[in-house]
Design a protein around this ligand. Structure first.
Ligand code: SF4
Length: 202
């Protein structure tokens, strides 16, 4: 009996993204800049043919979807309980990334959210004299992710997608992401994970 070759055109290229980049419904009230996903980012990822691992939102896991504006600074979130949530999620994400990498997939980048107390890559909100201001720093979840990815042996670049104009220029960051994905893919990761006819179910 002839078993047909399975048709499989996966790119084996994957980016890991903060939850709200694909689901703005998870954001703190007042901070959703798109109805659903961050559309230009999704279009860019689709153009590059990369798969997307959507991380759980640690703030949503910790406090649920009804989080009012004004409760979202590093100072307010930095508690042992919340750091524990971040660590648990980060460990699970890093474990998944490690499994992909071990199977021959290319993990290209982690996309965080600039201006978030959790997912900020280089800018986070802090309380100063009772006001919320952005300052240089890493979000609490990004800190946990960096530790977990390092421990899992999967070093990845972190890129922060701005939450709003005060946190950066979205077009500029999309350009950076495009260059990063293009450069990584151009370096070549030709090895596809072996597909065994008859056993491949996904
Ligand atoms: S930036 Fe991070 S913590 Fe904030 S809503 Fe998005 S995924 Fe959740």
């Amino acid at each position: 009996m002839n078993i047909p070759e399975p048709l499989d055109i996966r790119s084996t290229q994957i980016v890991v993204v903060a939850h709200c980049l694909l689901n703005q419904n998870a954001k703190v009230a007042g901070l959703a800049a798109f109805p659903g996903a961050v559309e230009p980012l999704v279009a860019l990822l689709m153009r590059h043919g990369v798969g997307v691992v959507q991380m759980p939102c640690p703030e949503l896991v910790h406090l649920g979807p009804a989080r009012p504006l004004g409760t979202d600074t590093v100072d307010q979130y930095d508690t042992p309980a919340y750091r524990g949530v971040c660590t648990r999620i980060a460990d699970a994400v890093a474990s998944e990334a490690s499994a992909y990498a071990s199977a021959g997939y290319s993990m290209l980048a982690v996309l965080g959210v600039e201006g978030s107390p959790s997912c900020g890559v280089s800018q986070v909100p802090v309380l100063e004299h009772g006001a919320r201001v952005l300052r240089p720093g890493h979000g609490l979840f990004v800190q946990a992710l960096a530790t977990a990815f390092k421990g899992a042996g999967v070093p990845l670049p972190f890129i922060g997608v701005p939450e709003g104009p005060e946190a950066g220029d979205l077009e500029v960051v999309l350009g950076t992401i495009g260059e990063t994905l293009g450069a990584k893919r151009a370096r070549g990761h030709p090895a596809r994970p072996p597909l065994t006819p008859g056993r491949h179910t996904a």
